[in-house]
Design a protein around this ligand. Structure first.
Ligand SMILES: CC(C)(COP(=O)(O)OP(=O)(O)OC[C@H]1O[C@@H](n2cnc3c(N)ncnc32)[C@H](O)[C@@H]1OP(=O)(O)O)[C@@H](O)C(=O)NCCC(=O)NCCS
Length: 175
């Protein structure tokens, strides 16, 4: 899959991104944001875990400065990030989040396409994910990309007893 994603670029997440990741994470998941330690753990679990970030192309100039100036330069700004667990036949979407200031601009699509491509490249034949049944934006995104509900865990998310939807889509080619 490919898209006309002008003005942004995807690359693998690195530890220098974690302050920006945490900024977006806290805004995206105010009630149950992952901690910095969780993200460190995810990066430590590479290559089984595979995370990408989306940054404005302008950010590359900043990145060059960052490489030169090190800690004296602010972190490269990010617009979103997403991650996979690669476990052979089945890949799981661990998370996907876009900066609230940049939602509705196609970045969720860009990130999800990248995850699907990476899952396929790693040899997965299906991608699974779990989403709150009240998360209309995410369900809209996943449905548009061919994910279908496989199973529903009633009252899984507390408080509020919100259902969890397990969604699945095939990737790659099968003989
Ligand atoms: C879900 C999320 C990643 C979508 O990112 P985004 O960049 O705004 O999405 P896009 O602009 O790429 O939109 C892609 C599709 O998603 C769906 N979508 C996006 N926002 C939506 C909304 N508010 N309501 C319904 N559908 C929506 C639509 O199908 C849209 O396609 P369309 O524009 O052709 O209608 C973003 O809302 C987010 O970060 N949410 C908080 C974190 C989160 O809930 N992550 C998912 C955890 S399972």
């Amino acid at each position: 899959m490919s898209g006309g994603h002008t003005g942004t670029r995807l690359r693998a997440m690195r530890w220098q991104d974690l302050p920006e990741v945490q900024r977006i994470e806290t805004a995206a998941f105010p009630d149950d944001a992952w901690s910095p330690a969780s993200f460190w753990g995810e990066l430590a679990a590479r290559p089984r875990r595979d995370y990408v970030v989306l940054h404005p192309i302008l950010g590359e100039v900043l990145h060059a400065h960052h490489a030169f100036l090190g800690k004296f330069c602010p972190p490269e700004p990010l617009m979103g990030y997403a991650g996979l667990d690669l476990a052979g036949e089945t890949a799981d979407v661990m998370t996907i989040a876009v900066d609230p200031a940049h939602r509705g601009e196609g970045h969720g699509v860009h990130l999800l396409e990248a995850l699907l491509d990476r899952a396929e490249a790693a040899g997965a034949s299906q991608v699974m994910l779990e989403v709150r049944a009240d998360n209309e934006a995410a369900i809209g995104l996943y449905s548009r990309y061919g994910f279908a509900e496989l199973h529903r865990r009633r009252g899984y998310y507390q408080p509020g007893s919100v259902d969890a939807l397990i969604m699945r889509r095939e990737v790659g080619h099968r003989d």
